[in-house]
Design a protein around this ligand. Structure first.
Ligand code: ADE
Length: 234
């Protein structure tokens, strides 16, 4: 058991899907995995292991924001030997054509967080996804005829921003979408020589003001997860 995950050694698979919401972790495990066991309920941040087409896969809730996901990802990497981590989340589109329900694959993640500023005092690290995972995901998305975008995303610490000019600058510089976790995930995966990728469905668009309904969010979340499971088990 680690500080925030109550799993015994060997109970967590090398490949882990990472939704922010622990109830979504439970939904993924119960909907898509066989022989499911729940390995942790600490702070209700549920974690499950099962098999998908014969391959062991775990699903771990992470909470929202970089401090929260960093705790779970650090322990998965440092204590449980995780090797492949895929965040499955939602994001806000920053370009008009990154429309609600589209998929966004973050090949890199800029951030306003101080976490990497403290870690890399004096220079600006560029958190980057694993290319083999991105390629596998894109192949599956392409084959499924899904609408997807691949590019830079922005991991913010501030959901309720009061600086619209900053958002406009990100749009101007072609950043696809804003979410709250990928930069920390990519940085920690690099530190521990593991592979990571964040895929998100667009739940809202900050340029057009469009938002998805709860029903649409559920449907697009399912599509994103199915493609992620296919990509990591290919
Ligand atoms: N996740 C989904 N929508 C978001 C937004 N507008 N800002 C930050 N994270 C998000």
């Amino acid at each position: 058991m680690s500080t925030h995950i109550a799993a015994a050694s060997g109970e967590i698979a090398e490949t882990v899907l990472l939704p922010g919401d622990p109830l979504r972790a439970e939904w993924i495990a119960k909907t898509y995995l066989d022989d499911v066991t729940c390995y942790s309920q600490v702070r209700n941040m549920l974690g499950f292991t099962g098999t998908y087409r014969g391959e062991r896969i775990s699903v771990q809730g992470t909470g929202m924001g970089q401090p929260s996901i960093s705790i779970y990802v650090h322990e998965l990497l440092a204590e449980y030997g995780a090797k492949t981590l895929v965040r499955v989340g939602s994001c806000g589109g920053l370009l008009a054509d990154v429309a609600i329900r589209d998929l966004v694959v973050g090949i890199s993640a800029a951030t306003d967080s101080s976490m990497n500023a403290l870690r890399f005092e004096g220079f600006h690290y560029a958190p980057t996804a694993d290319f083999s995972l991105v390629r596998a995901y894109v192949e599956k998305a392409e084959a499924a005829g899904a609408r997807y975008h691949v590019g830079q995303i922005f991991s913010t610490d501030v959901f309720y921003h009061d600086r619209p000019e900053l958002r406009d600058r990100l749009t101007q510089y072609g950043v696809l979408a804003v979410e709250m976790e990928a930069a920390a995930l990519y940085t920690l995966a690099a530190k521990f020589d593991a592979r990571a990728m964040a895929v998100c469905t667009v739940s809202d668009n900050l340029v057009t003001g469009e938002e998805t309904s709860a029903d649409e969010r559920e449907r697009t979340f399912a599509e994103m997860v199915e493609l992620a499971l296919d990509a990591v088990s290919a």
